[in-house]
Design a protein around this ligand. Structure first.
Ligand code: ADP
Ligand code: MG
Ligand code: MG
Length: 755
């Protein structure tokens, strides 16, 4: 993040911090000394240009953004040896309960809460345990750990405690009848009177940003002009309001047409504002790679897992007070910022615009970045040939050049007057402007200028879960998976067209239990590597007592006993998480030169790609979520068994092991359908509610009771066996610090915690 501080006209310091979900820079007005602000690394912004002015500068932003990327790339392409750092971002909704009327509303309090939450950060920027940022909704906030976690196994034991701390920190500032909730969508968002204080939409008012029939401008975060500016500019660029269509879940008494349904589409719940998507919460994580090659590789390897994780974390079946056929927010948020014109969407002949564009700027990725991935780039990539050529002439290789050129088909939709003229050798704002408004499943993040931060990858598909336990489980699982991918050189690459198909499948009702997903079969070479790794691991783990032999060690338990045969313990013996497996160090032609495009076979590390075309066709099979996570004999060992096997080669302290084991068991059970997704659970809550009239409507009372129950779950007071198993859900040994005894031991072993 680039950051600095500058006083505004009133002498107040307007500081800008990066927000997550939107990934745009936003400012908070704080009256603090400039030096403090600079320490915090916050950045001044300014006044948004009108849409007409912004539109006129689209090519300017593009041209300079591309130049800035080229310069940035050459400054940082050879950066090596960054250690694993990682962190989560959880978004929350503030809910206000009216216990007399039995009504729950979103509380438009984010600005006021953030002012208080940010005070601590300003006073002690390095010492805080959490960081708080605004989000799109005036009822939303986003929390991250105060500093990223690092490469020690013990860090996995800190995540849940940190998430719990964040929740408590906000709760302390709330009134008794308010609650901070990590729910993906507020079920009655956009239904009548859903805000507190009450606000009404103004669809006819030309000054309204959204002009929505349902979502009032007051529900958009008021603390920074960017959110309303984006709302207005996306609508203006498109030439009409956004149009989000969801099929209603048809019950026996569902009234058709649904209120507000578009003509000829009686079973559609129509949403007409950016807030319906960007006002949803999600769970994201970012991790740092050792160098650009590793970042490109992880970007690619995780991309096929995005729809899989989306299905596993599905948590949003209700929109505008209706049960729908969708379990996830993804298509909603994608349509909610779809600024493509009719021409670009293929509804009118191309005249004013340059291209047809297949997807919204919020969608799954369109191309792989590593040479191994190149041959799976099977969907046509739209980009401006001139922009691509400029990048190639600037020394960017084909795969990265086409990625950036593709990002740059989008126009800027938010530009601030102070940011128009920049020094392309130092600044990166124009690049960031376009990069940060391409909201894709994965994000490839170059290091910010003048910072100690390395090349990073962000994993963005997951829905926010109700409890800290679930959110921590998901985050730790994905980070562990990155270690396994690197250590075992796993290969999940799947043609982009199949990943796209999986994205749609993932959102279907109960996809986690009912649907099948394209998934790459593990090949002979993987099996061979696995066997080799196993042998190495066994040799190395002799004498390591911390993980094995504590009674929890091989805690695969009964639930995956039948997988043990095909569970290949694929360890490579790399005992530290920063080891980055065998992929470290060498760059293999992707990052330099202009023609590293499709020489997939040049990277001997991933010899799966030497398979013949015949075998290639059989590489992709339709697997259930259960099979992907828990394994299918002779097809795939399963993600969880792979992680377990990796863990066997690691030194893990007992508490951390216990915690990770809880997470893995939870994920295994959810994948197996033994536990249900949040989305399925919410549906069941509605369908079994005494007030439910078989008409797909989630009434105020049902909404209230559902949210009250969620409050009980997150506080550990409500037991929901179908969702989290018997008893209170979190039996982990999570702690908010690494115990001194363990730190001592780690120091002795040469594993000092990163400062
Ligand atoms: P975004 O651009 O998505 O808003 P942020 O910059 O806010 O992302 O950070 C997202 C996450 O990245 C946070 O959890 C933070 O702790 C973590 N993080 C911060 N520095 C690093 C780093 N050097 N490497 C990896 N993750 C980091
Ligand atoms: Mg983010
Ligand atoms: Mg963020």
């Amino acid at each position: 993040m680039r950051r600095s501080g500058m006083p505004d006209d009133n002498g107040a310091v307007v500081v800008v911090v990066c927000s997550t979900h939107l990934n745009v820079s936003v400012s908070i007005d704080v009256r603090q000394a400039t030096n403090k602000v600079q320490n915090m690394g916050l950045l001044s912004e300014g006044s948004p240009l009108s849409w007409e002015e912004t539109k006129a500068l689209a090519d300017h932003v593009r041209e300079h953004g591309v130049n800035q990327f080229i310069n940035l790339y050459h400054r940082l392409k050879d950066r090596q040896g960054d250690i694993l750092k990682w962190g989560d971002e959880v978004e929350y909704i503030i809910v206000k309960f009216d216990d007399e009327q039995k009504v729950a509303r979103v509380a438009l309090r984010a600005q006021d809460l953030l002012a208080q939450l940010n005070e601590k950060e300003l006073a002690d920027p390095k010492g805080v345990k959490s960081l708080w940022r605004p989000e799109y909704g005036a009822y939303m906030i986003e929390g991250t750990p105060g500093k990223p976690f690092g490469g020690l196994m013990a860090h996995f034991n800190l995540v849940e405690a940190n998430m719990r701390y964040r929740r408590e920190e906000v709760t302390e500032l709330l009134a008794k009848d308010e609650c901070v909730m990590s729910i993906t969508n507020f079920p009655r968002l956009g239904a009548s009177n859903f805000t507190h204080p009450l606000a009404q939409p103004r669809p006819e008012d030309p000054l309204s940003s959204a002009r929505s029939l349902y979502f009032p401008d007051e529900a958009i975060f008021p603390g920074h002009p960017r959110f309303k500016t984006l709302t207005r500019n996306i609508r203006k660029r498109r030439g009409e309001k956004v149009s989000i269509k969801l099929k209603v879940f048809k019950d026996t008494k569902t009234k058709l047409p649904v209120e507000g349904a578009p003509p000829g589409e009686p079973d559609v719940v129509l949403l007409d504002a950016m807030g319906f998507g960007m006002g949803c919460c999600c769970l994201q994580l970012t991790f740092q790679a050792c160098n650009i090659t590793e970042a490109r590789r992880l970007y690619d390897q995780l991309a096929p897992l995005c729809p899989i994780m989306l299905a596993l974390t599905a948590a949003s079946p209700i929109y505008r007070g209706y049960l729908t056929e969708s379990d996830c927010r993804w298509n909603v948020i994608s349509s909610s910022v779809d600024c493509r014109t009719e021409e670009e969407r293929g509804l009118a002949p191309l005249d004013k615009q340059k291209f047809r564009i297949a997807k919204s700027r919020y969608d799954s990725i369109d191309s792989y970045l590593s040479p191994e991935g190149a041959k799976y780039n099977d969907v046509p990539l739209t980009y401006d040939e001139k922009v691509y050529q400029r990048l190639v002439e600037g020394g960017i290789d084909h795969l990265l050049a086409q990625h950036v050129a593709h990002l740059f088909i989008r126009d800027t939709v938010s530009l601030f007057s102070e940011k128009v003229h920049q020094n392309d050798n130092e600044d990166t704002d124009h690049f960031e402007n376009i990069q940060s408004t391409n909201w894709q499943t994965m994000r490839f993040k170059p290091p910010p200028p003048n910072s100690s931060i390395g090349w990073r990858v962000e994993f963005r598909p997951c829905e926010a879960q109700i409890s800290d336990f679930e959110n921590a489980a998901i985050v730790c699982f994905v980070v562990l998976l990155t270690r396994v991918i690197l250590s075992y050189q796993l290969n999940f690459l799947t043609p982009i067209s199949k990943v796209d198909e999986n994205m749609q499948t993932a959102q279907k009702r109960d996809a986690c239990r009912k649907e099948k997903f394209w998934f790459r079969k593990s090949s002979k070479t993987t099996e061979q590597r696995a066997a080799k790794a196993q042998a190495q691991a066994q040799a190395q783990t002799n004498g390591k007592a911390t993980f094995n032999g504590n009674g929890l060690a091989n805690g695969n338990g009964s639930e995956n006993g039948d997988q043990e045969e095909q569970q290949q313990p694929l360890t490579n013996g790399s005992a530290k998480m920063n080891g980055h497996g065998n992929t470290n160090g060498t760059t293999n032609g992707t990052t330099n030169g202009t023609n590293g495009s499709s020489n997939g076979s040049s990277n001997g590390a991933d010899s799966d790609h030497t398979d013949t075309d015949d075998e290639e066709n059989e590489l992709f099979q339709l697997l259930s979520i259960n099979e992907i996570f828990n394994g299918k004999p002779n097809v795939f060992p399963g993600l969880v068994p792979l992680i377990r096997s990796y863990l066997q080669s690691m030194e893990v302290d007992t508490d951390t092991h216990c915690t990770i084991e809880q997470y893995l068991r939870f994920i295994q059970k959810r994948a197996a359908g033994e536990l249900i997704t949040t989305a399925t659970w919410m549906r069941e809550q509605v369908l079994s509610h005494p007030d439910y009239k078989q008409d797909s409507v989630v009434s105020e009372r049902i909404n209230y009771d559902l949210l009250k129950r969620i409050q009980g779950i997150q506080e550990g007071k409500q037991v929901e066996p179908a969702l989290l198993g018997q008893g209170y859900h979190s039996k982990t040994k999570t702690k908010d610090f690494i115990p001194p005894a363990l730190q001592k031991q780690l120091a002795k072993n040469g594993c000092c915690e990163e400062k």
